[in-house]
Design a protein around this ligand. Sequence first.
Ligand SMILES: Cc1ncc(COP(=O)(O)O)c(C=O)c1O
Length: 462
Amino acid sequence: MYDPKNEIRKSETRPFNSYTYAGRWVTDEVSKNKFPEKSMDSRAAYQLIHDEMNLDGNPALNLASFVTTWMEDEAQKLIMESLNKNYIDTDEYPQTQVIHDRLMKMMGDLFHSTDAVGTATIGSSEAIMLALLAHKWTWRAKRKAAGKDFSQPNIIFGGDVHSCWEKFALYFDVEMRVIPLEVGKYIINADDVAPLVDENTIAVGTILGTTFSGQCDDFIAINDYLVKLKTEKGLDIPIHVDGASGGFVAAFAFPELLCDFRLEQVKSMNISNHKFGLVYPGMGTVLFRDATQVPEDLVFHINYLGGSMANYSLNFSKPSSMILAQYYNFLRLGRAGYTKIITNIMKIAELMEKTLVETGKFDILTDGGEKYLPVAALMLKDSSRYDVFDISQELRRYGWIVPAYTMPPNAEKIAVLRVVVREDFSMDMAENFIENMKQIIEELEKRPKKPEIEQNGAHGVC
Ligand SMILES: Cc1ncc(COP(=O)(O)O)c(C=O)c1O
């Protein structure tokens, strides 16, 4: 029987309105930095966090990132089904390992080595560290065997690299020989590399699709130079290709581009599956040309999870879900599907760049140069009233997240606005974006000229 006194008693022990919007339940201050003393209703905890996440940007409008923001429902279902599987438990989840190994073979095939070996990583940073560590070990073993000094390894790369390359050099005690960029030259070539190479060079780093411009280092010339060096002087220096962003783009949109194991000195590569492999964050891959590139003393043989397994990684535990999601995409899309998607986004990026240039306000950063990423990278012709940072700021009004940045040394006086096109950025969205851009430019054009001191010059300069 209904007894109103019971209801009152209930409301003394339970929050009075926890049945509706969970947020109303939380009248107490929510602990932010101190470990919470009390428990909380699950709905309330969910709602609180869900609400706080509304303060983040909208991933679909995040045109700063190369990382996947949309996957098909079936892929998401597989991800949910495998969220509770730790990839490292290979004895317990042997089939996940089987699928992982298939992926490595498929990627070996994609990048033209039938003997390739590799491992999934958390992202390209881990993959690059593992590849470069292997090269450092191989170089050291050779020096030791020859009775030579092995205390001063160096690595050569351009200023167009991602910061994880510098991290590697710093963390693993390798001298960085960085080739600075120049205004109008945002990649490296053989002539840049040659003066820096010596017998202590563990590897030359090259970028397949730089974050800054979407261009590629001159792999072919660098490879030819290193092959010649090997033949003439016996110095066998490996190339590592950083295909974090451009690996899958090149494989499908530029299959003729020699940027992988078809080049003799390319001994290792990294690819971010969570970029144009089209899976969500949490997966990269390091691939070696063949097993001889991985020094045996870097591989751990572990038996405490049951069975025996070889492990070459920096992280131990990692999610299985992106590995399965990647397998889903490979099966679902195949070469035909990936080619369609990648060529489509390249076309959208090109069209968008062209349309923005037609406003008369922008120049293309890589004018005349080929681009291997679906990006529009633009410089302002005239920064006397507003600059690319102002445009980036104003775009936020519409929800668009577009980065403006200065180029690395010695090209830092060039400031760029860069838009990345991903699969979920349709032509329709591109049109909306262009409309918003035009509106912003029209408004910014009304601004008075900045005082001389705030204008750092003319062309595309911040
Ligand atoms: C060229 C390049 N290399 C490496 C990385 C690092 O990749 P991750 O974020 O997967 O560690 C990035 C990230 O954007 C990149 O663009």
